[in-house]
Design a protein around this ligand. Structure first.
Ligand code: SF4
Length: 296
């Protein structure tokens, strides 16, 4: 079935059942693929970005839409423009010609059928990375099995209260825990090429939130207890109050003490992975997007 046919969308755990050919779903997206930016991107983890960057495709919209999102223009307000699968395939070729190490599909869940159509037209000879909020269904991930080489999911909220408060998703952890387990099943443990670029595997990101370090500890323990030993974790400390966040606890950066608490827990669990430099907790490092975006 082509993406332009009338179907009731259940691509993400919202399963809102919208007929997107008639009206957008919770994510605000119709059936036309929309993209906010396509460009080399240097600011992911070293095995994703390397020295020449990942070819990043930032899709418009998001199925999670956290209240504190740093990219609110894209995720909440769907900045971007329409792309056909053919036009995206041509852009992927241009990214490859620029010498990037990998191609990253960022928050592409509402457009999985269109992305598969794109890759049937042109499949870059590079690792393909699925960069996601972690809020995915196993059914949709199975559509990507054998297509994506690397999964880069966030694992954000532990309690249903926090999922509801931050993203109107009380089922966040229920869905994301099944999703990251499925990602690990598909990819197995990470493998790297001679340049240190991940060519296969799942790398889990966790952003520490102010006042919520207890959730961070539970999530890290869950990773250690549940996922295959050796699954790497990227611990991120760059939280900035963005997007006019109204929740008082989230209107500040994390403290050194909060960071140290989570870091020492991660070390005690002997989880492998990556840490973010303190300097990255600066608005200078928040990608800026304008209405017209930027495209290769
Ligand atoms: S991808 Fe969008 S339309 Fe589809 S189920 Fe999720 S929120 Fe609803």
């Amino acid at each position: 079935m082509s993406h332009s046919d009338s179907i009731l969308c259940t691509l993400c755990p919202r399963r809102c059942g919208a007929d997107r050919s008639l009206r957008p779903g919770f994510c605000g997206l119709g059936t036309e693929m929309r993209i906010a930016r396509i460009a080399p991107h240097l600011w992911e983890e070293p095995p994703i970005s390397g020295t020449r960057g990942t070819g990043a495709v930032f899709f418009s919209g998001c199925t999670l839409r956290c209240v504190y999102c740093q990219n609110g223009d894209i995720s909440h307000r769907n900045a971007g423009r329409a792309f056909s699968p053919r036009a995206l395939a041509d852009s992927l070729k241009r990214l490859e010609d620029l010498g990037v190490h990998s191609i990253s599909f960022i928050t592409g869940t509402p457009f999985v059928p269109q992305i598969l159509e794109t890759l049937s037209l042109y499949r870059p000879n590079l690792p393909l990375v699925w960069n996601s909020s972690g809020y995915e269904t196993v059914e949709t991930l199975k559509m990507l099995e054998g297509v994506m080489d690397v999964y880069l999911p966030d694992l954000k909220h532990w309690s249903s209260r926090t999922g509801a408060l931050c993203a109107k998703a009380p089922d966040y952890f229920e869905a994301a825990s099944l999703a990251v387990a499925e990602m690990c099943r598909q990819t197995g443990l990470p493998a790297y090429n001679d340049e240190g670029i991940m060519i296969r595997g799942t790398l889990i990101r966790h952003l520490i939130l102010p006042s919520l370090t207890g959730e961070s500890l539970k999530l890290l323990t869950w990773i250690r207890d549940t996922l295959p030993a050796g699954t790497p974790v990227s611990l991120m400390r760059q939280y900035l109050p963005c997007n006019d966040v109204r929740i008082p606890e989230l209107q500040r950066r994390i403290t050194e003490r909060e960071y140290a608490r989570v870091l020492s827990h991660m070390e005690a669990l002997e989880l492998p992975g990556f840490l973010q430099e303190a300097e990255a907790a600066s608005s200078d490092f928040v990608p800026l997007f304008n209405r017209d975006g930027s495209f290769v």
